[in-house]
Write a protein that binds this ligand. Structure first.
Ligand code: HQG
Length: 206
């Protein structure tokens, strides 16, 4: 991936602590997905200039700069952002409408979605399935562990598996994140957490 120096000001990706990185990434994601102002806009494709994002974040007291934000956005396990031409955008998670072209996947893979136990009735029993809510898309992942981590933000966690053969269209958003406009109930099943580890248990027993 591109080095921070290509967008920055000679700050060559200096070390940044994990806590600071997570803190900044959360603040960046918030602005790029939901925030911005009339003075500091994102365009219809979701792009914001680094200058504008730095101004926004510094206005909130983050004391950052373009090079530090680029370092955060390009960290090895960070897939939330895209950088191009002195601009940055979030790749998923938007509440505002944004024109972003995703690659469709249609290989019938199993994906996961973590949710809260107290939402199951609304998701399954009412027959609604998974809907985007405030966001533009339903967010799915190929990684059951990261789905479980997401679920914990909402309360007592439940892990759902999705048979994507039964979902209209699924798109890859980067990293292990996938998007759909709707996931029908037929495509959903509740995963018993232990089943994720069955292979390991088998190995241990043998
Ligand atoms: C739930 C993180 C009731 C849905 C993650 C979820 C993700 C329903 C909540 C990304 C429902 C929406 C997005 C229905 C769906 N009835 N509840 N019919 N259908 N829901 O925060 O997926 O770390 O908007 O289960 O990894 O939790 O920020 O979506 O609980 O990719 O980069 O409605 O955010 O990525 O919650 O998270 P959210 P999410 P980052």
């Amino acid at each position: 991936s591109r080095s921070a120096a290509t967008v920055g000001s000679g700050f060559q990706g200096a070390a940044i602590g994990d806590a600071r990185r997570r803190h900044l990434s959360r603040a960046m994601a918030y602005q790029l997905r939901h925030g911005g102002t009339e003075d500091v806009p994102a365009d219809k494709h979701g792009w914001m200039t680094f200058d504008d994002l730095v101004d926004l974040l510094n206005g909130q007291g983050h004391r950052t700069n373009e090079a530090e934000l680029a370092t955060v956005a390009e960290a090895i396990d960070e897939h939330r952002y895209e950088i191009s031409d002195q601009r940055i955008r979030a790749l998923y998670g938007h509440t505002r409408p944004v024109e972003l072209e995703y690659e469709r996947v249609a290989d019938g893979r199993t994906l996961y979605h973590g949710t809260a136990f107290d939402r199951l009735n609304s998701i399954l029993s009412t027959g609604v399935g998974l809907i985007p809510g405030r966001r533009q898309w339903v967010h799915l992942t190929s990684d059951p562990i990261s789905a479980a981590v997401t679920a914990r933000r909402h309360g007592a966690a439940v892990l759902l598996a999705i048979d994507t053969r039964l979902v209209g269209e699924v798109f890859a958003a980067g990293g292990d994140v996938f998007l759909a406009k709707h996931v029908p109930v037929e495509a959903l099943s509740v995963v018993q957490p232990l089943s994720l580890f069955t292979k390991n248990i088998d190995v241990a027993v043998v």
